[in-house]
Design a protein around this ligand. Structure first.
Ligand SMILES: Cc1ncc(COP(=O)(O)O)c(C=O)c1O
Length: 381
């Protein structure tokens, strides 16, 4: 069977509508199910169904069911990734086409960058290490005094966005942003506190496979950021300027250096191999505690690669046998050139290769387990 046929069969949902009597009124109920995929979803009322479908661009292939006959079945075609015309986003508890989101000019995220964000990766329908990302989100919120988030709701919203945007079978990335909310402009926290503004998008990504093979060039830039880089704050101007500088220099990433010490990349963690030991900056207020960093350090322990959570000095870079940067979408990326300095023999080194393979293996194991668990649960519905 051709891939498109397979996909369209997979996405052919059955929409069942039926009426029930409730006192004097007759109420429509509905369910959507995907034959073969074991997926089913019930709706208590047509309003619920309408709210669910509002975020969808699928089409019903037969005429609407005759209201007098029940139950009725129609085919409803869920869109493939290509057919999704409008991006569906999650905004303050609702799924909406992105163009229908209206953000107040008094939102403190807009006025002050008063908020935090997270980026989470999905591998073919499964969120990867969502627990670590949500824990970091809660910490970032708590550090700036925004009430804690309702994590199960956010996680469900992420899965809802995968479904609504036709992203269940592809590589995707979520962007989650929470701001302090809408209030008249004044520096102090608004009193009473407004409801935080919650915004999530999901999009397909193309992993940088070519660069994983060849390695990349980075440039060094002065670390001009604030003293709380451990918070994933919306204030990213120094990171933006550094990234632009890297692009203009034909480099893939900019690496910050503070007082002669390599801190981290504009959106990545830096690791170096010196005498067979992996060095990476300790988690302090000067860097973001990376989720990928945690996963790679665990892999080093499993593979008996010695670790030193110790600063890498700019002056020692010429002695680095290997260098790599890590991140949620970057994964394990070999660095083969820093400004004009060639690292090692100019090609990705053996420990970097080993860690790339170990990372991929972790992704495969964890996402396969999660997919099996979810399939089992759907089948039990
Ligand atoms: C400044 C900075 N450091 C490190 C990272 C890597 O963190 P993670 O592995 O959790 O993506 C990021 C990711 O966005 C970042 O922005």
């Amino acid at each position: 069977m051709r891939k498109e046929e397979q996909q369209s069969r997979y996405l052919a949902y059955l929409l069942r509508l039926w009426q029930t009597a409730d006192g004097n009124s007759r109420i429509w109920r509905a369910s959507l199910e995907c034959p073969g995929a074991g997926r089913r979803r019930g709706f208590a009322s047509l309003d619920d169904l309408a709210a669910y479908l509002a975020g969808e661009t699928g089409s019903v292939s037969t005429a609407s069911p005759d209201p007098s006959s029940s139950p009725s079945v129609v085919q409803w075609q869920k869109p493939t990734t290509k057919e999704v015309k409008q991006m569906i986003v999650y905004f303050n508890g609702r799924y909406l086409p992105q163009e229908d989101v209206h953000i107040s000019p008094d939102d403190r995220g807009f006025v002050f960058a008063d908020g935090v964000y997270e980026v989470i990766r999905a591998y073919h329908g499964v969120l990867f290490h969502a627990d670590l990302h949500f824990a970091r989100l809660q910490r970032s919120l708590s550090e700036i005094g925004i009430p804690e988030a309702d994590v199960p709701t956010l996680e469900a919203a992420c899965y809802g966005l995968l479904e609504r945007n036709g992203l269940l079978d592809t590589d995707a990335r979520f962007y989650l942003q929470i701001t302090r909310g809408v209030a008249r402009r004044t520096h102090v926290f608004p009193d009473p506190p407004p409801d935080p503004t919650v915004y999530i998008t999901a999009g397909a990504i193309t992993p940088p496979e070519k660069e994983w093979e060849t390695g990349i060039k980075v440039i060094l830039v002065p670390d001009i950021r604030w003293a709380r880089c451990d918070i994933k704050s919306l204030m990213l101007l120094p990171n933006i300027l550094a990234s632009q500088q890297a692009k203009e220099a034909g480099a893939w990433e900019a690496i910050f250096v503070r007082d002669g010490v390599v801190t981290e990349g504009s959106h990545t963690t830096v690791c170096g191999i010196f005498d067979g030991t992996l060095f990476t900056a300790p988690v302090t207020n000067n860097i973001l505690g990376g989720v990928t960093r945690e996963i790679v350090l665990s892999a080093c322990r499993r593979l008996s690669i010695p670790i030193k959570e110790f600063p890498i000095f700019e002056a020692t870079l010429p002695r680095a046998q290997e260098l790599m940067i890590l991140g949620t979408t970057t994964e394990v990326m070999p660095v083969v050139q820093v400004d004009d300095l060639i690292i090692g023999d100019g090609a990705p080194g053996p420990l970097t290769r080993k860690l790339q393979r170990a990372f991929r293996e972790t992704v495969r194991e964890e996402t396969t387990q999660a997919r099996m668990w979810r399939r089992g649960n759907h089948a039990a519905l």
